[in-house]
Design a protein around this ligand. Structure first.
Ligand code: SF4
Ligand code: SF4
Ligand code: FES
Length: 393
């Protein structure tokens, strides 16, 4: 069987989104056919089209090895690194055999496939003070930190600042001021670093900001978009857990209470009961709380959406007001999970971003040491050290 690099060139059709804001003309689609072996990248195809047919095609790239993060684009509507996307895979994923290539979203287009990263992405990174604020007094030599603490921030350190997560963030689409997934993942890099002196200040700042950690809607888009497995949403959830559980930060945006109301409803009913979510977010489980003036104000501002949902029959008044309950046996199983998690003496943060092969297989006890030390879960140390990506809740 021929090796991938021996495969002969094939024809690939590209549909490129072209736009030059300075020209005053509207964006348009431009099509070119290129010839390349199927394992070559979409970036190489764009560069070939530029060399052979139109030198004015705008694309940014540098390393061509998925390291520098400069070639972020959208391929068939999905965020991707152009240099890290094979032509055969891109063609297979296209709707009509033509590979559709556009600039990233949520950032203004400078020209064609080049977006203004300074205006959005880098501005937001600067917002989170992306450097270590050294713990005082600074030791004469190096800081000594536990190995597990550095394993814990490895995942956020893997970010190559490509902006793919920013491009697809649904919260940023609605609220461009949201600090966003990449910058908040960067914030965790320092919040989780034991050498940093301002964990509380950083978290308090990000919690009190109405466009901070509680502005994320858990849509998972950034998790799917990230080519490096950084799991930005997971980092945001970790920021929230440390802010709430360790520092007991109660934010002015009601984010902490909203989260408590959400998890409390699932614990009590097994299902989300939307009509009860708002009063509980303001007043907890007490009846007095439901009469909280802020709850009334919020309810009033939500009235248009409620009326629309009723008119479109997405909800019925009875369906909304009646408690949503799981059957008792299933509810018991859900509550057993809560009992187990809440019964632990310590919160477990098992960040399994450990990728690669050990040169020599480590002795069994040592192989799981890092993960076990972080999890401290009895029996939960059975975690391979190789090729593991992602983070546990
Ligand atoms: S999970 Fe949150 S940060 Fe990630 S894309 Fe969705 S809204 Fe944005
Ligand atoms: S978190 Fe992932 S998608 Fe977002 S900028 Fe970093 S590497 Fe790119
Ligand atoms: S050119 Fe560097 S990541 Fe694609």
């Amino acid at each position: 069987m021929a090796e991938a690099h021996d495969r002969p060139p094939e024809q690939f059709n590209l549909r490129l989104r072209r736009y030059d804001p300075e020209s005053g003309e509207a964006p348009y689609w431009d099509e070119h056919s290129v010839e390349l072996a199927p394992h070559r990248s979409v970036l190489e195809a764009i560069l070939q089209a530029r060399d052979r047919f139109d030198g004015s095609i705008g694309i940014r790239c540098s390393c061509r090895q998925a390291i520098c993060g400069s070639c972020g684009i959208r391929v068939n509507g999905e965020p991707a690194l152009a240099c890290h996307t094979h032509l055969d895979a891109a063609k297979a994923a296209s709707a009509d055999g033509v590979i559709e290539i556009e600039p990233m979203g949520n950032m203004p287009v400078v020209k064609d496939l080049i977006v203004d990263m300074d205006a959005v992405h880098w501005k937001k990174i600067q917002r989170v003070t992306p450097w270590l604020l050294a713990k005082q007094p600074v030791p004469e030599r190096e800081y000594i930190v536990e190995k597990e603490a550095m394993v814990d921030v490895t995942q956020s350190m893997a970010c190559i600042q490509c902006g793919a997560c920013v491009s697809d963030c649904l919260a940023m689409e609605v609220d461009p001021g949201f600090i966003g997934p990449a910058a908040l993942a960067k914030a965790y890099r320092f919040v989780g670093d034991p050498r940093d002196d301002e964990q509380f200040e950083r978290l308090n700042d990000l919690a009190q900001d109405p466009q901070g950690i509680f502005d994320c809607t858990h849509c998972f888009k950034c998790v799917e978009a990230c080519p490096k497995g950084v799991n930005p949403m997971g980092q945001i959830m970790r920021l929230r857990r440390i802010a709430i559980d360790d520092h007991h930060i109660v934010d002015v945006n009601n984010g902490e209470r909203h989260e408590a109301a959400f998890t409390g409803l699932i614990k009590d009913h097994g299902l989300l009961w939307e009509a009860e979510l708002l009063p509980r977010s303001y007043g907890g489980n007490s009846w007095f709380g439901k009469l909280h003036p802020a709850a009334g104000k919020e309810l009033l501002s939500s009235l248009p959406a409620i009326v629309k949902a009723l008119l479109r029959r997405k909800v019925t008044p009875m369906g909304a007001l009646k408690a949503h309950n799981l059957p008792p046996a299933d509810l018991k199983s859900v509550q057993a999970i809560y009992d187990k998690v809440e019964g632990r003496e310590k919160r477990y943060e098992l960040n399994l971003y450990i990728v690669g092969e050990d040169e020599e297989p480590a002795p069994p006890g040592e192989a799981v040491a890092a993960a076990a030390a972080v999890s401290e879960e009895p029996g939960g140390a059975d975690v391979p050290t190789t090729s593991v990506e992602g983070s546990a809740p």
